[in-house]
Design a protein around this ligand. Structure first.
Ligand SMILES: [Zn+2]
Length: 373
């Protein structure tokens, strides 16, 4: 177990830190969900109602003078189950929550069925749309209904390359758990482009979150282009039927470099700040234009941050930044007008003081689940 996780559990299991005992009610408890199913989410809402708590959204929370009956519920990624499951249940209980979305990953579309009017079996078969995102129409309907407030989770939940070390080539079987949720930012014609999936044949270098603390590696475009067109000209997906496709692409990438240094480079700090400001600023404008709501809250994708985060947030008019696990020192030092909030995984909600509170042992058994970004 990583040190970070140990600290996380220690913090999470220390009720004083969150629920008033030691910190004099200084904190509003904030919980983070990703995908929800009707039974488990309703259990949480019922628990809140039974114990006279109120679930509020980030834009309505009283951060400076917390109300001990108030908890903030947040959803990361904008997964479809926020629309199909959570919003109807929030309405039923008269609660409100915040969904952190990546506007660059969202599409237009018609409203899809929810647990209110949908065929439950079909919804269940798709696991309530776990790996899809809700669309703009659904976002607007939730905002209008007042059940879900929409705020930022970056522009595209983007990954960027971080070192010149190639680890793979994008191929039809390339899958990871964030497919469909997280995009990529790569170089094309001297510009940055945001892609939902990479082009077949694209060399994949070691990567990380755009918001992480590593600088971005600006890849050698000529090498990427050579590999991508090599694949396209040889049948696209069919090319990967060749038993030695990997060796072939490796040699294309090498030839392109002429065996010499023709490689990319690491971005400077200044370039990084400018890029982050641009991404967050565009995300904010797009979300505001689409929904008409005021946007000034930002949850970091994968809860990865960097030391320029307050500076970037302030520059684009974002005043609240949300983490999961501990907040790093550079962010908790309140030198700017930006407030940083710690969030707990959703399972910890049942640790709030009250009737039917979950025991620590039972909770640890449940929490053994995975971190979902
Ligand atoms: Zn996320």
């Amino acid at each position: 177990m990583k040190l970070r996780s140990l600290r996380y559990y220690r913090d999470a299991l220390d009720p004083g830190r969150f629920f008033g005992a030691r910190m004099g009610r200084a904190h509003v408890p904030v919980f983070v969900y990703h995908h929800v199913t009707p039974r488990s989410f309703e259990r949480h809402l019922q628990f809140l109602e039974d114990n006279r708590y109120r679930a509020v959204s980030c834009d309505r929370a009283n951060w400076s003078d917390p109300d001990p009956r108030e908890v903030v519920l947040t959803f990361d990624d904008g997964r479809r189950s926020v629309w199909s499951v959570a919003a109807p249940l929030l309405k039923k209980y008269g609660f409100r929550a915040t969904a952190f979305v990546s506007p660059g990953m969202m599409s237009e579309g018609d409203p899809t069925p929810t647990i209110e009017e949908g065929d439950l079996e079909a919804l269940e078969a798709s696991y309530f749309g776990n790996h899809e995102l809700f669309n703009w129409t659904e976002a607007r309907l939730m905002a209008e209904a007042g059940t879900v407030d929409l705020q930022l989770h970056g522009f595209a939940h983007a990954r960027v390359f971080t070192t010149p070390r190639a680890v793979d080539f994008y191929h039809p079987q390339w899958k990871d758990r964030d497919e469909g949720i997280a995009g990529w930012i790569v170089r094309r014609g001297g510009q940055d482009v945001v892609l939902r999936t990479l082009d077949l044949g694209q060399p994949i270098y070691e990567w990380g979150s755009r918001w992480g603390d590593q600088p971005r590696y600006l890849e050698d475009e000529a090498s990427s282009a050579a590999c991508v067109s090599h694949v396209r000209e040889r049948g696209g997906a069919d090319f990967f039927e060749r038993p030695k496709w990997r060796e072939e692409l490796e040699s294309v990438a090498r030839e392109r470099d002429g065996g010499a240094v023709r490689a990319g480079r690491l971005e400077s700090r200044e370039e990084k700040v400018r890029h982050l400001e641009d991404l967050l600023g565009r995300a904010k404008s797009l979300l505001q234009a689409q929904t008409g709501v005021r946007v000034d809250h930002f949850a970091l994708p994968w809860s990865k941050g960097n030391e320029m985060i307050s500076e970037v947030a302030e520059a684009v008019g974002v005043s609240h930044v949300y983490w999961e696990a501990s907040i790093p020192d550079y962010a908790s030092a309140r030198s700017s007008g930006v407030q940083h909030h710690f969030r707990l995984k959703d399972q910890f909600l049942l640790r709030l003081p009250g009737k039917d509170r979950q025991g620590v042992i039972g909770l640890l058994a449940v929490v053994a689940g995975s971190y979902r970004g």
